[in-house]
Write a protein that binds this ligand. Structure first.
Ligand SMILES: NCc1[nH]cc(CCC(=O)O)c1CC(=O)O
Length: 311
């Protein structure tokens, strides 16, 4: 098979981003031993602004736009991201052109004093997370909790959790696994209530849609199951216009020819949490995502979205 002699690979410089990038390069290198891969580290707006909640910055391409500009200019051939950080609509000419096999998509609880479950946290316990989804899910189960902002890369958040006033913190299990920090995990949050972020646990490659040789190379490492699940989850997100301002989550799974999708939409104060599930065909993943979103909007979902837009 023909292959590029050299690929420039763009990534953010956090340890998680670098781990993910090396993981993609390793997979490609196995198929294309002659190709040279050069890692190009870049900082994004999301890495530069550390003093504001992500939802307050209100910029959907926060962690991706700088890398996308480098792809358009030809400075890099592709970029590696956490799918979770990708906006629901990509810039023209770029696509999500390969996904790696999904890791554990669950959120993880870090807790002091041997606490294992959210139910067992003391009254008014302080829990760190800057995700509106995690906040909504926590407060809908435990309205007494004091949820406080906790930002930074994985290592920073774990350090702030340990040194700060926090009784607990929520992070993605996948990020902790990749950073070899699973020992910090008290337990995983159950998927019946704590529906993960769209795309959580999936590493994705973004590249130019007109770079056919790159597309052929990337097709070699693409995991169909991750791609199908993400198509359903992202269609759900697109229909609900959920960037980081809207507390939503979704997780798809495949059983034979069937695709199952569970979605969450809630209010940040925890006063409402809608969880719905729907089944469809693997070949119609996007239709399933849209249909689940429609079900939510037909219930109390529309009112929740309207209130978020007003506020
Ligand atoms: N928003 C940051 C981010 N993006 C992807 C992951 C974890 C890895 C993944 O979900 O693939 C994390 C860390 C976290 O949420 O704790």
């Amino acid at each position: 098979m023909i292959a590029k002699n050299k690929c420039r690979v763009g990534t953010r410089s956090s340890q998680l981003a670098l781990w993910q990038t090396h993981h993609v390069i390793e997979a490609l290198q196995a198929h294309f031993p002659e190709t040279e891969f050069e890692v190009v580290e870049m900082s994004t707006k999301g890495d530069r602004i550390l003093d504001q909640a992500l939802s307050a910055i209100g910029d959907k391409g926060l962690f991706t736009r700088d890398l996308e500009e480098a792809m358009h200019s030809g400075a890099i051939d592709f970029a590696v991201h956490s799918l979770k950080d990708m906006p629901s609509v990509l810039p023209d000419g770029l696509g999500l052109t390969a996904m790696l096999k999904r890791e554990d998509p669950r959120d993880a609880l870090l807790a002091k004093n041997n606490v294992k479950r959210v139910e067992d946290l003391p009254a008014k316990a302080i829990v760190g997370t800057s995700s509106l989804r995690r906040k909504a899910q926590l407060l809908s189960k435990r309205p007494d909790l004091d949820v406080r902002d906790l930002r930074g890369n994985v290592q920073t958040r774990v350090r702030k959790f340990e040194e700060g006033p926090f009784d607990a913190a929520i992070l993605a299990g996948a990020g902790l696994h990749r950073m070899a920090m699973e020992d910090y995990i008290s337990d995983y949050l159950p998927l019946d209530h704590f529906i993960p972020a769209v795309g959580q646990g999936i590493v994705v490659v973004e590249s130019r849609l007109d770079d056919e040789l790159m597309l052929e190379m990337l097709a070699q490492i693409n995991d169909k199951e991750a791609q199908t699940c993400s198509a359903a989850e992202r269609a759900f997100m697109r229909r609900l216009e959920g960037g980081c301002q809207v507390p939503i989550g979704a997780l798809a799974s495949i059983e034979g020819e069937g695709l199952s999708l569970r979605g969450f939409l809630g209010r940040v104060d925890g006063s409402e949490a809608i969880i719905k599930e729907k089944q469809g065909a693997v070949a119609e993943a996007e239709t399933l995502g849209q249909a689940l979103a429609e079900d939510m909007l037909a219930g109390s979902g529309q009112a929740i979205l309207n209130d978020i837009r007003k506020g």
